[in-house]
Design a protein around this ligand. Structure first.
Ligand code: ADP
Ligand code: MG
Length: 222
């Protein structure tokens, strides 16, 4: 299995965009790839129930067709912190339930790309965070860094917390969501201060453009 847990330096940094590209990258290796977006807020009410754009996007790229509620068991309507959204509807996010679903999905795929929500230490319930979920799933981590002012601090804090969790940081992606004339300097610095490999430097993309051509499979498999 080459399953991965995708986290980011913040919310809206490119986790979904990079997760889709990681699915494509593994597909190019001949793998059957499944996805999971276990916890999502900011969902839309549809005739089938609550639906989250990230989960829908990941499902559209994945090979293995799995029921929506298995891919995204915790879907909340307001675009707020998941543990608060859960509290408001009287639900407690159960990491064991997510782990059971992850194991079911794993049985049907060569690998599973799991997208977190927000950043690494986003709370999920009274006691646990997204980091605890990654630990529960025991997955190698890919960190998406939004290349902008302040990201070096965010990246280093996240890398340090990932190290503390005991999980493997498989690599990180420099994601240039918007033009920044200091980007090259920022990325050079990140390459010096993060021991894990840079899996790719993704430029500002067109709306429909995939990031896959900017990701290096050899950085993931080594
Ligand atoms: N490299 C990129 N170039 C252009 N737009 C990007 C890039 N990466 C992400 N985006 C855009 O930025 C927004 C946030 O990205 P997304 O992948 O949804 O972040 P997250 O999953 O971390 O919340 C989306 O509109 C996405 O299309
Ligand atoms: Mg996302």
């Amino acid at each position: 299995m080459s399953s991965l847990f995708v986290t980011g330096t913040d919310t809206e940094v490119g986790k979904t965009r990079i997760s889709v590209a990681l699915i494509e990258l593994l597909q190019q290796q001949g793998q059957n790839v499944a996805c999971m977006k276990p916890v999502a807020s900011g969902c839309e009410q549809t005739t089938h129930g609550l639906r989250n754009d990230d989960a829908v996007t990941l499902i559209a790229q994945a090979d293995v067709q799995i029921g929506y509620k298995t891919v995204n068991p915790y879907a909340f309507e307001p675009a707020i912190a998941p543990h608060i959204a859960a509290q408001q509807v009287g639900i407690s996010i159960d990491l064991n339930h997510i782990k059971d679903l992850f194991q079911q999905i794993s049985l049907q795929a060569d690998s599973v790309i799991v997208e977190g929500a927000g950043g690494w230490l986003v709370p999920l319930n009274d006691k646990q965070t997204m980091a605890d979920l990654a630990i529960e799933l025991s997955l190698p981590i890919v960190l998406v860094v939004d290349v902008r002012l302040g990201c070096i601090n965010h990246a280093l804090l996240t890398v340090s917390a990932i190290e503390q969790s005991g999980l493997v940081l498989k690599g990180w992606v420099a994601n240039k969501r918007i033009k920044n004339n200091q980007a090259e300097h920022i990325i050079n610095t990140l390459q010096h201060v993060i021991a894990a490999p840079c899996i790719g430097i993704v430029p500002v993309l067109e709306r429909q453009q995939s990031a896959v051509e900017f990701l290096k499979i050899e950085m993931l498999v080594k």
